[in-house]
Design a protein around this ligand. Sequence first.
Ligand code: ZN
Length: 155
Amino acid sequence: MFHESSKYLLHYPGLNTAATKVASHNAVLLNKHLNVAPSLGDVPHDGELSPIHGLYDAGMLLHAGTYAIRHGFGGIVACFNGDDLGCDVKAVERILQAYQPGFEIATPMMHMGQRSVLEELGARRDDVKFVSCMIDFECGWCGKCKRNRRVHSEL
Ligand SMILES: [Zn+2]
């Protein structure tokens, strides 16, 4: 689930402040540095549920890649799964490669569906936590909570 080669975790805080706390907990648990990204202004940082969120993801990915290049890294890992709307990762990668040839955006979870991600996270025994809700701890009504409820009912 967590790319072994990663040295730093980059978290984009959104409306759900619990997600930042969970990211901090996981970084300590995994012995990784956590960088909390600066605000991207009025751009929400979590979504993958509609085309506009796919556009926001493209902005976040470009920002993360620029951040990585600025700090001397040769690539980033993006944790989109196969059910996320996501964005055109290869297009963003090509933009970044214009500035740093060979820059890579790895998407190791793209072959997994949301169901597989939830099953794997649920099976972990190492206290790695996750929160998916866009608003709060499992608000129940945001787009991601509704999606996860649908996936859980199929498990
Ligand atoms: Zn929610």
